[in-house]
Design a protein around this ligand. Sequence first.
Ligand SMILES: [Zn+2]
Length: 217
Amino acid sequence: MTTSHATPYFVGDHLALDFLNSRVAPANAPAGESFDWLGNGAQLLDWLVDSGAVDVSVARQFRGKKDTVAGLDEVARQARELRDWLADFLGRHAGRRLGRDVAAELAPLNKLLARDDTYRAIEAATSGASALDWCQRRRWTPERLLMPIAEAIGDLVCRCDFRLVRTCEGADCILMFYDRTKAHARRWCSMALCGNRAKAAAHRARHRLKEDRPPAR
Ligand SMILES: [Zn+2]
């Protein structure tokens, strides 16, 4: 498994769902195999940067350092575990409005969030109208690389409408997305991947129907 032969999917329209989509089934994978972008620590770092979850300067602190390799691999294992937990949670709740009763189920996420260590800092602004920026900083450790993901999951469950969290309608497609379209009519992970495939299948079906029809008298 290498990171080079496939680019990750960022079709979720929400970081938490992109995180869920960081593993795909054979139907989605380029060569028809299942694929995991969080297979080890180095892959996790790549995915975190590509998804915009962490800044490239943060990743640089950990990348290629011998003493952090084992730690990062362990964090990647924790990330996969978190993703399994999220998949299970979404499997039970996506498509329906969340009730207060789910709070108890979110205890593992709260446990993870409690390990964070952030602080505020004031810095000279590099752009924009104001001279100073009110920045949020984190005391980074390998384990805290999961915090942007945990925060994104928190945002998804607290601020998003779970009725709009959906799985792509493509046959065998497991990619999920947050439907931000005005009409809430999004059906596919992407038109290029599944939309066109479904359109072609519908076209073929219509064609067959026409051929099966007895000739008009
Ligand atoms: Zn799809």
